[in-house]
Design a protein around this ligand. Sequence first.
Ligand SMILES: NC(=O)c1ccc[n+]([C@@H]2O[C@H](COP(=O)([O-])OP(=O)(O)OC[C@H]3O[C@@H](n4cnc5c(N)ncnc54)[C@H](O)[C@@H]3O)[C@@H](O)[C@H]2O)c1
Length: 342
Amino acid sequence: MTKTLNVAFIGCGGISKYHVKNVVSSPHLRLVATMDMVEAPARERAQEGGADYWTTDLDRILADPNIDAVMVFATHNTHADLTVRACEAGKHVFVEKPPAMTIQEAKRVQQVAYETNKHVMSGWWFKHSPITKRLREVIAKPQFVLFTCRIPRTNAKTGHPHSEDPYAANGILDLAGYNLHWIWHVVRSQPVEVIAMGYGGQATNTSTILIRFENGATGNSVTSLAGGGGIIPKHYAEGGAGDVSAATLRFGNLVFEGTDEPGIVGNAYHNGFDEEMSMFADLCLNNGTNPMDIWEACIPTVIFEKAVESMDTGRAVPIDVHKEFYLPNGELPPSIAQFGDN
Ligand SMILES: NC(=O)c1ccc[n+]([C@@H]2O[C@H](COP(=O)([O-])OP(=O)(O)OC[C@H]3O[C@@H](n4cnc5c(N)ncnc54)[C@H](O)[C@@H]3O)[C@@H](O)[C@H]2O)c1
């Protein structure tokens, strides 16, 4: 492969406006083409990224031998199918989160990625934040972790209320999937049981998901669409072990208590997100380690599906990670076995 990765966008809506800037600024990426079901956004992103062409024809992208990799930025219910088709067409894939809506979809994508030997990376970018890295350095084995995601009930852009369907855009898997991945990554233990409750006894976005881990730690993911979001910013997280605790407001800072270890006073909010495009270029061009492979990226899908089952049934639901991933050789994928530290 050349030292430039030729890429195409699939889906040219809101998030692609951010990613296109990081593609353009990377010396190792070239935007060859853009594709969307709708002409206008495909044309706009092509102009911004200096692409050779734009199209509404997915097959043209998949058949183009000049394209090494696609970046899937379409709506999340399309991610699994588009990733499978792109791998089968011989392309590496960066797919926005969540890469799969269900465990069944997740296993299918994992199997195809494995069998085609294509790099598939996804976008749970809180993992890459210096806040996350520093917290994990100081508290290696937290006994509890809390992550909350509060969004205003009414969408500021449209004025319409968000859907309470946990599978919808802005649903738990979409927005609070970050919570679920981060809790697992920080706790460094496998989930063994989930008990979740939604508002009004329903499987809804306004809910609490409690996770019990193999090592005895507990995780608590709170999602709320009630009211205007509350006094705490959209993302707030904390964890503790023994006498030491840590908390972060919006990943803009990190405060420790019970230790002299310094925290982080100011941190640019979108830092992990900013680096994803160059991480993907490095992965594909240099065959490096995947910082968010398709197995790790599906941890939220697994916990989410069990949580929805728990909200529906009112019962605790067991999780056996050995059963919830495509396992090519009968062993846990390294990224899962090592909690994203592979
Ligand atoms: N990592 C992050 O911080 C972050 C932030 C926002 C959104 N996202 C993710 O990015 C994805 C897109 O979000 P968005 O806010 O840009 O949505 P959006 O609705 O603004 O844009 C989606 C675009 O995809 C197009 N599209 C839909 N189905 C398609 C298909 N089958 N083929 C080609 N194009 C198709 C639509 O026409 C639209 O232009 C979501 O999955 C979301 O979870 C990630």
